[in-house]
Design a protein around this ligand. Sequence first.
Ligand SMILES: C[S@@+](CC[C@H](N)C(=O)[O-])C[C@H]1O[C@@H](n2cnc3c(N)ncnc32)[C@H](O)[C@@H]1O
Length: 264
Amino acid sequence: MSGLLVVVGTGIKAVGHMTLDARAWIGAADEVHYVTTDPITEQMIRGLSPGAQSLARFYEVGRARHDTYEAMTQTLLAGARAGRTVCAAFYGHPGVFVWPSHDAIRRARAEGIRAIMEPGVSAEDCLFADLGLDPAVVGCAQYEATDFLVYRRRPDPSAALILWQIGAVGDLAWNPGRTNADNLRVLVEELVPTYGADHVAVVYEAAQLPTFAPSILHVRLGDLPGAPLTTASTLFVPPRERRAPDPAIVARLALDPRRFGIGA
Ligand SMILES: C[S@@+](CC[C@H](N)C(=O)[O-])C[C@H]1O[C@@H](n2cnc3c(N)ncnc32)[C@H](O)[C@@H]1O
């Protein structure tokens, strides 16, 4: 009797983003556990699997997120260890900024249990569509907001920058609706030397319900500590400057220099 762990994503926008793969696994699994952010997706999951259980019960205000994630991982592993097919459904892409999904898969595999992940539509995918950003054009770096500060990541002013979990910057516990303005000031201090306080960024929230529009709030970096942020906010910082091509590299690659505006 060998168990199976399948991690799927339900996307960001209710109904339309849930892939056929995700629906099939949710419908076929012996047990289903989920983290969703809207009631329609929750209803869909329960329609496909009436016994499905929300993992959100492990969130408690002030509780370290690490503890919550460990409880989620243990729940997923328990069923798979008992030989059941367990489906874990996380909103968005289940492998993008989701600790327990990767952790449960790693630990299941280490115990000889088959474990797989199916991709989903992430907030980043929605951002690319709603803000008209193609990362191929200017490049794009992305970080978790607290990680960006703690590890002193260096932004490239010629590339796009995406900061996730901006509403919880500097907070390792679960405190929805309580963004720390002092922590945002630290973030502003780190960004301003590269971009300037007047550089305009976007506080972005993809629509979670069909027919609704995304929230796209333009904010000067200097005003970020007073911006209205939620647990679903993502910060997009556009590039400040264009990068000049390197003629020596263009020559070594035998590329046409005119294609890069060299010698035009
Ligand atoms: C724990 S991560 C989950 C990400 C999710 N797995 C995904 O694929 O998008 C939570 C963070 O994702 C981003 N996020 C979640 N929902 C969002 C939305 N509707 N619009 C923009 N960003 C969102 C925010 O940065 C938020 O703090």
